[in-house]
Ligand binder design. Structure first.
Ligand code: NAD
Ligand code: RM4
Length: 253
């Protein structure tokens, strides 16, 4: 029970890594506030899973790309749960597309959701934590793609480098308030974000072959690392990043 008594906020919690994180946090004794967008059905499933674990969950609808969603989410969560201890910036999209003809709107939307959204949300959560005066933990779901490229991801990888950089700067800005800021860098985790991409058997086999642990990741593989960074076990960890990739990044030869 690493998170007993803590309130954890998670964006994009209706499926995938966000849902797994909500469940793992609840399993460790946390109450959760969950942001979702255009996916009520998925959100209902996440809420049911948290309820099965006997923890309290509140949901707040909102597009993270809109600045006003951040203040709304954080204030609703703080009011319902009584405060904010941990904030996980997870919501993200990755519309795979060749670089040379990526439509402007695909680039702009990816930046707006993944990077601008993470910034607005992180800032709102940090303001709340500072006001509470009891410290806290901010965790961004970055990616192995913050460190290496992807030919069909030139609009996406800079957003993941961006949120990692955001956590580094926030670690400095917020250290004096006892707020720790870290990023998690998942490798290739089988979720809906890459379902279509990995439906190509050759691509899937290629990715699997590159991973020393011999399999794609599962959402809960990432959630465990988030729980650690959120917990007091990580009390002296800030400005760090943790790869959760089955060894993919280091596998040169
Ligand atoms: P997913 O598609 O299963 O989940 C994404 C979640 O974000 C969904 O709940 C979706 O509704 C939500 N979302 C999308 N746009 C939103 C918006 N504008 N406002 C609020 N919520 C929104 O994908 P996932 O794999 O769980 O991705 C979660 C995060 O993990 C993303 O930031 C992604 O970049 C990152 N990541 C994923 C992988 C991977 O291999 N799956 C690897 C590295 C990083
Ligand atoms: C990740 C990484 C994975 C990809 C997902 C969509 O950041 O690039 O390989 O499948 O994004």
């Amino acid at each position: 029970m690493l998170l007993e008594g803590k309130n954890v906020l998670i964006t994009g919690a209706s499926r995938g890594i966000g849902r797994a994180t909500a469940i793992e946090c609840a399993r460790h004794g946390a109450d959760v506030a969950l942001n979702w967008f255009k996916d009520r059905e998925g959100m209902e499933e996440t809420l049911a899973e948290v309820a099965r674990l006997g923890r309290h969950a509140v949901e707040v609808e909102g597009d993270v790309a809109r600045p006003e969603s951040a203040e709304r989410f954080v204030s609703a969560a703080a009011a319902a749960l009584g405060g904010v201890d941990v904030f996980v910036s997870n919501a993200g999209i990755c519309p795979f597309h060749a670089f040379l003809d990526t439509p402007l709107e695909v680039f702009e939307r990816t930046m707006a959701v993944n990077l601008h959204g993470a910034y607005y949300m992180t800032q709102a959560a940090a303001r709340q934590m500072k006001q509470q005066g009891t410290g806290g933990a901010l965790i961004a779901i970055s990616s192995i793609s913050a460190l290496v490229g992807g030919g069909m991801q030139a609009h996406y990888t800079p957003t993941k480098a961006g949120v990692h950089s955001l956590m580094q700067s926030c670690a400095i800005a917020l250290g004096p308030y006892g707020i720790r800021c870290n990023s998690v860098m998942p490798g290739t985790i089988a979720t809906d974000i890459n379902r279509e991409d990995l439906a190509d058997p050759a691509k899937r086999a290629y990715m699997e072959k590159r991973i020393p642990l011999g399999r794609l990741g599962e959402a809960r593989d990432v959630a465990g690392c988030v729980v650690f960074l959120a917990s007091d076990l990580a009390r002296y960890v800030t400005g760090a990043s943790v790869l959760v990739d089955g060894g993919l990044f280091v596998n040169l030869q």
